[in-house]
Design a protein around this ligand. Structure first.
Ligand code: S3P
Length: 174
């Protein structure tokens, strides 16, 4: 049904549901599931918090860029991207070489409700409030929107509804 050569990259702010939706989508379609943060943690044998603490953010961003290149070479995966992957233009152009980018769009309030108990995201540790999320999102919004081939609003929707929407978008890609 789907053309499995291309990758499907899910982008969006931390807590927008990329991992959950990618997992469901993979089960429905057989696309290989790649969760970028999890892959980086396994390969580095360290948590994202530890990588940020020991080596800093730009080292982490290098690991992301390297992983994007490897995913692009392979194809056929649904990729749950880290929320900051598209900050590097190089990554976006690599992703587009062999893939489509779907932006899961959520409001700062939706994000806050989902991430408020999380301690695994270094950028939010110590900044866990809706104002901070809104500020960071305002800076990133144009980047997410420019990178995206398609935007899917995920506010107040069931997972199944979002996955169905993405399935129908992917069919149109092929
Ligand atoms: C980040 C998002 C995180 C993780 C890291 C940085 C970001 O991934 O890659 O903490 O810059 O938005 P999730 O979006 O999966 O939480």
């Amino acid at each position: 049904m789907e053309n499995k050569e291309k990758n499907i990259f899910l982008i969006g702010f931390m807590g927008s549901g990329k991992s959950t939706i990618a997992r469901f989508f993979s089960k429905e379609t057989g696309y290989e599931l790649v969760e970028m943060d999890e892959t980086i943690e396994k390969e580095a044998n360290a948590t994202i918090n530890e990588i940020f603490e020991k080596h800093g953010e730009s080292y982490f961003r290098d690991l992301e860029s390297d992983l994007v290149k490897r995913i692009t070479e392979k194809g056929g995966a649904v990729v749950s991207c880290g929320g900051g992957v598209v900050l590097r233009e190089e990554n976006v152009s690599d992703m587009k070489k062999n893939g489509k980018i779907i932006y899961l769009s959520a409001t700062p309030d939706t994000i806050f409700m989902r991430v408020r108990h999380s301690t695994t995201r270094p950028l939010l540790n110590g900044n866990m409030n809706v104002e901070y999320i809104r500020g960071l999102m305002e800076k990133r919004l144009p980047i997410y929107e420019n990178a995206a081939d398609v935007v899917v609003d995920v506010n107040n929707k069931e997972k199944s509804e979002i996955v169905a929407e993405i399935l129908s978008i992917v069919r149109q890609f092929n």
